[in-house]
Design a protein around this ligand. Structure first.
Ligand code: MRU
Length: 365
């Protein structure tokens, strides 16, 4: 299976597979300064909670490389400003703040600028490697939850592109496919930025996993017709009580899944679990530019001057979530207890396979 490389650290620069150009073009942006990485995060050249966390960590490596001073205090204060700008770039995905905070704790252990440069680079590389390794474990654990055959619906893009590599929700689907489960994937378009139509569709085609694209609003009737076996999505932040912030439209899917008795799984690394946020009500929701709705490419498609709301994420209450798949184990309700155990370092025993009534079947890979 071809590996998609969303981010590559060269030692001097960060190579970013530009997700705004996919699937038409596989263009790479070479970021040599922290400002260039920040721009790539803001403009969604790199997107997906774990991927922007990793990019944010490398941004700090570039920031420290870009300053010509031996004054440790000055450089740490400059890094703190950079860390704030990076952390604020996309407020919902906690992985970004988590990664820059982890990088900043390294600064307190260093006694010289040379040591700081070296340690920050090592930490960013470790964050990147841990993410890919974690995704593979999550994939292996989550694959057992998926049915032997049937249709899995996923929303947005939680694949290799959204992470350091391999993917979370799509990693679970990929791992199940590699275990020769006969799956077909229903890919929601994911209005307005089309992460499903452009990115998830592209990844699944690269991997040769059977998939069909649907408009977001088709999901409900397909669930009602028993054409969806289960739903697997990623997350941008999981609160202490198990409420899940993810791409706008996830909440609607979860309610529809609940109404139709379809299991609803969330796959996310522990860096997405934020137990300092008690419930979903405290999760900040990013509002993005109206242009994402009003324009198709460069063309205006709504009446000029039309007012727009563009919340990029929503919160799914934990009562709609069947299980949360992490690299440390699978959490089930009560999530406040199970997530706290996982954050504390415990592993939760893998849950038994859930039997799912199936719609259309796929074929083994
Ligand atoms: O706005 P995006 O494209 O960054 O939103 C991404 C999502 O909502 C993903 O589902 C989430 O970050 C999980 S990615 C492994």
């Amino acid at each position: 299976m071809p590996e998609i490389v969303p981010l590559e650290w060269t030692g001097e620069a960060l190579r970013i597979l530009d997700q705004t150009k996919l699937p038409q073009e596989q263009a790479v942006t070479i970021a040599r300064t922290y400002e260039q990485v920040l721009h790539a995060i803001r403009t969604m050249q790199v997107r997906g909670a774990p991927a922007i966390g990793i990019a944010g960590a490398y941004a700090l490596v570039l920031a420290v490389k870009g300053v010509d001073t031996v004054d440790l205090r000055r450089i740490v204060s400059y890094l703190a400003d950079a860390a704030k700008a990076i952390g604020d770039a996309r407020p919902t995905a906690v992985n970004l703040r988590w990664a820059v905070d982890r990088m900043m704790t390294v600064t307190s252990r260093c006694h010289s600028v040379a040591e700081l440069r070296q340690s920050l680079e090592a930490e960013a590389v470790a964050i990147h490697k841990e993410d890919v390794a974690g995704n593979r474990i999550m994939g292996a654990l989550g694959a057992d939850l998926l049915p032997k055959e049937g249709v899995v619906l996923t929303h947005c893009n939680a694949g290799a592109l959204a992470t350091g590599g391999y993917g979370t929700a799509l990693g679970v689907i990929r791992a199940a496919w590699e275990k020769r489960k006969g799956l077909k994937v229903l890919v929601t378009e994911t209005r307005p930025f089309l992460q499903g139509a452009r990115l998830t569709a592209w990844e699944l085609m690269q991997m040769g996993i059977p998939a069909e694209l649907i408009v977001d609003s088709a999901a409900g009737s397909m669930m009602a017709k028993r054409q969806v076996g289960c739903v697997v999505v990623g997350a941008d932040r999981i609160a202490a009580n198990g409420d899940v912030a993810n791409k706008i439209g996830t909440y609607s899917l979860a309610v529809l899944a609940h109404e139709n008795g379809v299991p609803f799984y969330v796959a996310a690394p522990m860096s997405t679990v934020d137990i300092s946020t008690p419930t979903g009500d405290q999760i900040p929701i990013e509002e993005r530019s109206p242009d994402e709705l009003t324009q198709w490419g460069d063309r205006l498609v709504v009446p000029k001057g039309m007012a727009v709301r563009n919340p990029a994420f929503d919160v799914t209450p934990h009562r709609y979530v069947t299980a949360i798949i992490t690299e440390r184990g699978i959490a089930r309700p009560p999530y406040d207890e199970e997530l706290r155990k996982l954050v504390g370092g415990a592993t939760v025993a893998p849950s038994p396979v859930v039997a799912v009534e199936q719609g259309q079947g796929g074929h083994g890979g």
